[in-house]
Design a protein around this ligand. Sequence first.
Ligand code: NZQ
Ligand code: ZN
Length: 380
Amino acid sequence: MENFIFQNPTKLIFGKGMIAQLAKEIPAGKRVLVTFGGGSVRKNGVYEQMQEALKGFETVEFWGIESNPKIETLREAIKLGKERKVDFLLAVGGGSVIDGTKLIAAGLLYDGDAWDLVLKGVCTETLPLASVLTIPATGSEMNSGAVISRKETAEKFAFYSKNPVFSILDPTVTFTLPTWQVACGVVDTFVHVMEQYMTRPGQSRLMDRWAEGIIHTLVEIAPDIVKDHTDYDKMAEFMLCATMGLNHFIGMGVCEDWATHMIGHELTALHGLTHGATLAIVLPGLWRTLKEKKMAKLVQFGERIWGITEGDDSTRADRTIEQTEAFFRSLGVPTRLGEANIGDDTIDEIERRFRERKVAFGEDHDITAEVARKILENCK
Ligand code: NZQ
Ligand code: ZN
């Protein structure tokens, strides 16, 4: 096990009716900038519950943080927050609203253009932020990451700031999610776990078992929650799986990959594909490309998750990859570039971008532009 420091400062407030706790958690006297997406919260009672809970506070609302939040939109929010001198932020929405609000929280204390902060990659000077989560997927409610896009240049980059001080997770608010978003949320959670698991074997039995625990749970509930998102207990499990998938609990002392995400971000930047949908395409292709290197872990995963016990290691690894791809497809999420109308020009462009940026992803920092190209060729 590698050395590590672990601290997760986010207070999780979980369950039906818990949005009412907002008033207790935000310090009295704060002027709160409340941020939203495109309006789903008006249709499922979240907005009313939030308004009721914040009656005693001075609030300023900012609407319209889109999926894959754009710097062009967030600049407007930063301008508004500066004008109204807000000193607390509350993101009400999914990963996009929370991520966007992380950048707003940093941008409010920065004099220059907030895109500088994204390019810098890390920013710890921020106003305090909290969230009311409406879609299980990203883990943004309990981590410090944010992924911000720039329309002008079709770019999408991650940056890291501070965790939300608290996040409220009420599973009933997820009942109104579109099926596609539930399916993509399952894939995103699955792949977050894999980014921390499918690396070198024998690093930590505990991290392996925790990761497998999340995947077992997901695989068990996925067929039901994709069909019907109104079963409280199953949506509650899904919500907790997503949070636990990317709050660093399963990453203690182990190396991490993240190449699937980095390639996936380019597919979104260039084609606007939903985040989870990019991962369903890239992960199987990455495993096909790096099968030899990831063999021991693929075999372990195949046995423990998919019950694959027959054949030599190579056969078992192949079956693990096939089974995982079949799982994504069973959710209604395509797994090949062609199905998303993505062709060779995109592969060329991603290779060019990675070469220009001199990147090297993966647990061994060996997924260079050239390897990324091979992976994408294996996603056709
Ligand atoms: O905008 P509204 O109207 O709210 O609609 C949203 C949006 O259209 C809708 N929605 C959310 N909750 C709903 C609902 N519709 C009905 N009922 C509800 N309860 O769902 C759509 C998708 O929302 P979005 O926030 O974009 O989804 P998600 O949470 O998957 O976030 C995706 C973004 O997070 C980034 C992704 O790259 C992408 O930009 N990620 C952030 C990470 C992090 N901060 O750690 C890690 C992830 O790997 C990921 O990269
Ligand atoms: Zn993700």
